[in-house]
Design a protein around this ligand. Sequence first.
Ligand SMILES: [Zn+2]
Length: 265
Amino acid sequence: MKAFVTLMKKPPKTIITDQDPRMTQAIVLYKLDNIHDFEEEWITIVFKYNLEANKHIKGLYEIKQYWVSAYFRGHFFGGMTTTGRSESINGFLKRFTSSRSCLTQLFKQVDVVIEDIRQQQLHHTTLDTYRGSSLRSLSPLEEQVYNIFTRFAFKKFQEEFESATQYKICEENHEEFTVKYYKKQDSEKHKVFWDGDAVGCSCKHFEFWGILCRHVLTIFLHKNCFEIPMSYLPLRWCRDEFQRPVEVNMMVSEGGQCGEWSRLN
Ligand SMILES: [Zn+2]
């Protein structure tokens, strides 16, 4: 961690660690999105199984902010909740490198891997052009995101957008709305704030994923919003041509010398 802060000049906002075996004991509670629901369920389960004195359960409760979805959903994770994706990247890199590779070889191989991923994205874009667009509606909102986001992020947005057509506004008070699934009477309610510019939802999907949720999109659809503000289309999910070049001061060249390079952030 000290080395990270020295290099990056600031501590990371989020850290994903390996899964702790203790986590499996409380896997049912992990997905609860509401802090109040979690606290109630936790007490119920601890009493039900007589776990009040169990030190592992106590320890698990003390670090709840690191594993209970309700506590960390307000932070950007790009949708990751486990080390699964980083482990798959590890596996991918191991196809190109070995334990004998030196640092400069690793950098070169990472370049090869990134180029490989870019070529795959280009291939998918070409396929979309050849087969016709992936748009499933005539909505300007879907078209706007389609023209900006990467293929992966657009698919995630599309899932939310399609689901938005199944939600209704059940309460409305100036800039505050309550949204729920159209069928079930007892389905979960979500609070959305929208003042015509800034928007937020109690589910914290945007903060967690960087992609607007179905509840916010429900409001946009019902309130005639035909353009998503750019602040809700994070650079993290935009295609290369929408990224801003950022100067990075240091690189390691083949001879171990430092020079300057620029990268896309
Ligand atoms: Zn939401």
